[in-house]
Ligand binder design. Sequence first.
Ligand code: TPP
Length: 343
Amino acid sequence: MQIGNATGCSSIWANSSPSTPYTVDQNGRGPAWSNSLFEDAAEFGYGMLLGQKAIRDELKTKVEALIEKDASVKEAGQAWLDTMTKGAENRVATDKLLAAIADNTTEEAAFIKDNKQFLAKKSNWVFGGDGWGYDIGFGGLDHVIASDKDINVLVIDTEVYSNTGGQSSKATPTGAVAQFAAGGKETKKKDLASIAMSYGYVYVAQIAMGADYNQAVKAISEAEAYDGPSLIIAYAPCINHGIRKGMGKVMTEEELAVKSGYWHLFRYNPALLGTDKPAFTLDSKAPQADIYQDFLDGEVRYNSLKRANPAKAERLQSKQKEESAERYTYLNKLIKLYGPAEQ
Ligand SMILES: Cc1ncc(C[n+]2csc(CCOP(=O)(O)OP(=O)(O)O)c2C)c(N)n1
């Protein structure tokens, strides 16, 4: 796996000495991670992918030449070529190819062995927050998802610029109090998922692991398996939300966000277009409108406005509830639009 990580909470958690959540497996393999500038994580991760692709394209020509030259590596070489874009299978084919050429002294085999760390298909990811993905790095994110390259983007949506103290971003919903929106944000949350889905060939999912862990894992695996660009938007509670139950309850807070209809879970997989399976799946159940206010009241970013200016809070929170309900109606329309192909 290779990760380009925008500066923000996700990069601080990833790489603050002396601790890191990343490690290696029993074979000594783990992610290659690097922190980009805040504003250009998508371009940075894209560069990591293109650099790697240039080397793998050369490896491909060497493997093709080698199997022409040496019949003893034909089977292993062909298996590697056939699985070149498939992460789940190419690792095994890579190990077999390396074993088959261990004693091979040709110029091609030497090149393959010299570049063996690039041989197996990598999972390429770009990580960042909403300040990066929705706002400042959006141009780069848009450019990268518009490419036909096999690159995955994870936007960790805390609905504010978390690492610099909670400034409002385009992901901040109507009525939320944040820095630069001290009186509650007046405008609607940007629909990044729909922008990405408008391309048609981008895998897009919204997840919230505390609400549905299996759906989150399924979306991440599907994004990884999809041979094209993917965007995953993960709802992430943050200290700036002021969760009144405490930060130990972020998983159940995510669950409440989904049950109330504040956040929706879905997956759009272009690989299924034209098949007997639906390309769009709405994974969250019908919202329970009666608990929406409980969700808002449980967080200081909403509750503080209610205490300071009840009339304004009422106006903005009603507007937000309508926007969330409209979005759910819209998502339901997509079930029909991207349903299974007529047989
Ligand atoms: C060009 C530039 N401007 C500003 C900063 C300061 N900065 C570091 S992280 C960050 C905000 C990150 O917010 P977000 O992308 O939402 O990620 P989060 O912290 O929420 O994960 C900012 C403004 C920077 N590093 N570089």
